[in-house]
Design a protein around this ligand. Structure first.
Ligand SMILES: [Zn+2]
Length: 337
């Protein structure tokens, strides 16, 4: 069983070593290092050192494209979108937005390079985190209710080639199918590249079963040849429509465990450790226990120390949240032994 946390914000090797030591002391055996556009540009060797230091302590190591192109999850900026406006998504109203398009050739090339660099860090797993199309609510500007993306020149041309008619302005079932297919094709290409280098692939889908947030039919991902870990992050306190941690985490744990069993993959659940208000430690315990009891192969928290170091998403009581997670990990490890 794998117990991990995401790690970010520290690029000083000595400081990171102290954090890794305490994670190991607390019973964790996996760590995800964020690898943003900035990291790739300025910290590549540093990142390779951090990955090596993690492996040396017995951690299974993951790296993710943190907010790269603004189409993956994360609290990082994207230089790519500034440099390549023509490779960014366009809404159905024709508005260019600050997020790359999965179908833009420049972004595909950029991501191939990112994948090679990420694999070159020596991590065990490349973690494709929350790949998604334009989600209006995630932007701090308002859009019409029926806004969707992407309807850029590349998407329109690809849609027309496949459906033999112009891409509609309305988000029809065909448009949704096209978006899902495009996202899958993008992931398949990147995962194949990673697999060639010997790295494993994990894809973490947002806990929504629709085309904006990822995929309606998760099985289409689960059957991909180069996928090794199917993950989701049922953050019960931020997703609209989520109820209690028991039922939200329980539902999605069951889903990834079932897919993993049928497609010979490993399952992974992420526990919310950010943006939690006061008095939420018990919910963290419940969520963690729920995932473990459902038999997932891997559980992770986003992120270490309850995200205390990222003020915009830090928990109100980060120490309690982190402690709650670690206590449940330790209880589970005792049962494992
Ligand atoms: Zn597009």
């Amino acid at each position: 069983m794998e117990y991990g946390t995401s790690y970010f914000g520290v690029r000083n090797r000595d400081h990171a070593a102290r954090d890794l030591d305490r994670f190991a002391d607390e019973g964790l055996n996996a760590v995800l290092h964020t690898f943003s556009e900035r990291d790739r540009m300025y910290y590549e060797e540093t990142m390779a050192d951090l990955v090596a230091d993690s492996a040396e302590r017995g951690f299974r190591t993951y790296v993710n494209p943190w907010s790269v192109g603004r189409v993956f999850g994360g609290e990082a900026l994207s230089e790519f979108v500034g440099r390549n406006p023509g490779a960014c998504q366009v809404t159905n109203d024709g508005e260019r937005i600050a997020a790359a398009c999965f179908n833009a050739p420049e972004f595909r090339e950029y991501m191939r390079e990112w994948t090679e660099a990420a694999a070159g860090l020596g991590a065990d797993v490349l973690f494709w985190d929350e790949p998604h199309w334009f989600i209006p609510e995630w932007f701090d500007q308002s859009f019409p209710d029926d806004a969707w993306g992407c309807r850029c020149e590349h998407c329109r041309a690809a849609f027309e080639a496949e459906y033999d008619r112009e891409m509609p302005r309305e988000e029809t079932a065909d448009v949704r199918a096209f978006k899902a297919d495009s996202l899958l094709e993008f992931l398949r290409e990147m995962m194949a590249l990673a697999a060639e280098t010997g790295a494993e692939n994990a894809v973490c889908l947002l806990p929504s079963e629709d085309a904006e947030h990822g995929l309606t039919d998760w099985e289409t991902l689960a059957v991909c040849e180069d996928l090794d870990v199917i993950a989701t992050d049922p953050y019960w306190d931020v997703f609209e429509g989520a109820d209690s941690p028991e039922s939200f985490v329980g539902y999605f744990s069951e889903k990834v465990v079932d897919l993993a069993d049928r497609q010979d993959l490993r399952s992974q659940i992420w526990i919310q450790g950010f943006r939690l208000g006061p008095g939420k430690a018990d919910e963290v315990r419940t969520a963690t226990r729920t995932a473990v009891e459902h038999g997932v192969d891997s559980v992770f928290m986003w992120g270490y120390d309850g995200c205390a170091s990222i003020s915009s998403i830090a928990c109100a009581e980060p120490d309690r949240v982190w402690r709650a997670y670690l206590d449940e990990v330790q209880a589970a490890r005792t049962r494992d032994d």
